[in-house]
Design a protein around this ligand. Structure first.
Ligand SMILES: C[S@@+](CC[C@H](N)C(=O)[O-])C[C@H]1O[C@@H](n2cnc3c(N)ncnc32)[C@H](O)[C@@H]1O
Length: 235
């Protein structure tokens, strides 16, 4: 297992930390990420065919997967995360989808080993890949892209590194819109986080050239890329 990924999985497997983080996660109008999750769903809907299999990697309580399953009622979902606390929470939050969701405890850098099936139409992840270094991030993109059906979407909503002056400005201005989290929920980040180029390079190195930043606010980006619909499956 990749080093930074393993360290992050360990932090998030501490039930007290994970529960405190969940309790402080903004909801409703305070959640800036409502819009990019919806944008991701509409991007996928835009070009069809409608997805049948959606995977949410490091899915936490299942916020992203819930948006996608609501938008695509014919789709089944696979939830993957390393934290037992998140598994409990996701089972509760996603209970309304019944048998549409399969829960796969596992590491985001070992998707196949965790039983994530191939032929996915969407692999999404949010607020997790910043735990990885560039090599691990590229490994994640490579494995995820290999599990996508032709024309499948690889979507990542995550925090990125900016130049120091911009990082300071953006984090400061963000406080006017999102209340600061309690100190107990602050978690360790190996800095620098991957930057925009690390992500775009990772998509392209994984063979997903059709990629862009669909949304950005402060230091958070929605990366969305689509595999070639004409490519052989599993390529
Ligand atoms: C900040 S939370 C985000 C949860 C969810 N994706 C969201 O946006 O609401 C980070 C998530 O990544 C998970 N995580 C951290 N390291 C992981 C790893 N190596 N493999 C799988 N999941 C991991 C944590 O358990 C946690 O659920």
């Amino acid at each position: 297992m990749a080093e930074r990924s393993r360290a992050a999985a360990q932090v998030w497997s501490d039930p007290r930390f994970a529960a405190a983080w969940l309790a402080a996660d903004p909801e409703g109008g305070q959640d800036l990420l409502v819009l990019p999750r919806l944008i991701a769903a509409e991007l996928v809907a835009e070009e069809g065919p409608q997805p049948r299999l959606i995977v949410d990697v490091a899915g936490g309580a299942g916020k992203f997967l819930a948006v996608l399953l609501d938008r695509f009622p014919e789709a089944a979902g696979v939830w993957l995360d390393a934290s037992p606390t998140m598994l409990d929470q996701a089972r509760t939050e996603l209970a309304r989808f019944g048998g549409r969701v399969e829960f796969r405890p596992g590491d985001m850098t070992a998707l196949r080993a965790a039983g994530v099936p191939g032929g996915a139409d969407v692999i999404a992840t949010s607020r997790a890949s910043h735990h990885l270094d560039r090599a691990e991030l590229h490994g994640f993109y490579r494995e995820a892209a290999g599990l996508l059906a032709p024309g499948g979407w690889l979507v990542n909503l995550d925090h990125i590194a900016s130049e120091p002056a911009w990082d300071r400005r953006l984090r400061s201005v963000r406080r006017a819109f999102v209340p600061p989290r309690p100190a107990a929920t602050a978690h360790h980040h190996d800095r620098p986080l991957p930057g925009i180029e690390d992500h775009l390079d990772g998509y392209r190195a994984a063979g997903v050239d059709d990629v862009d930043i669909a949304w950005k606010a402060f230091h958070t980006c929605l990366f969305a890329g689509r595999t070639d619909p004409a490519a052989p499956a599993g390529g």
